[in-house]
Design a protein around this ligand. Sequence first.
Ligand code: MD3
Ligand code: FE
Length: 203
Amino acid sequence: GPEALGPQAWLFPGFALSQAERLLQDIASIHALAPPRCMQVPGGKHMSVGISNAGMAGWTSDTRGYRYSTLDPSSGKPWPALPDNWLALAQDAARMAGFPHYHPDMCLINEYQAGARMGLHQDRDEQDLQAPIVSVSLGMSATFQFGGLRRSDPVRRVPLHHGDVVVWGGVDRLRYHGVLTVRGEPHALSGARRLNLTFRKAL
Ligand code: MD3
Ligand code: FE
């Protein structure tokens, strides 16, 4: 059953399992329009994670900084639409976690090839920091790290598997978090990749 990761953070193991094949198909359709790319960050390095987006805005990064943009800078076109079934899944999970009025306007899609990782960070580029973030893990497993409100706070490691959903809101919304290097067995549905959806209210 659900596991509390914090006062307002919940892990729902396997919550998206019955929809996983459909979600992976939807990701392939979105990637055909907006391919995942390893974005440059202000320090000049490139992220190891490939990022794409769906919805009214997309998270982007370059040497000038991080921002949400209504257009894909690679194509100059709007990001692909957020599928209705994705929104329904995110709202169902948010309701289960105690957030009954959740209206995310976008979904950030992370693609981890084996060897990719995401360093410890906070998500604070969104306009509405009251709205929770819903995350859906697909494909290869990974070890998620979540800490506290300061970078130096101790970090707990949580394994995330195909189909798991996590909701982060309220007092847990600004916790530092990251993903250790993805390694191990390829997944039958995704190959040597992990995909992660994070729903946000960005605008
Ligand atoms: C806890 N993604 O895209 S999802 C990100 O698995 C990101 O790809 C990770 O961190 C991934 O920014 C983790 C879980 C997650 C997302 C946002 C959070 C946990 C969070 C915001 C606050 C606290
Ligand atoms: Fe994050």
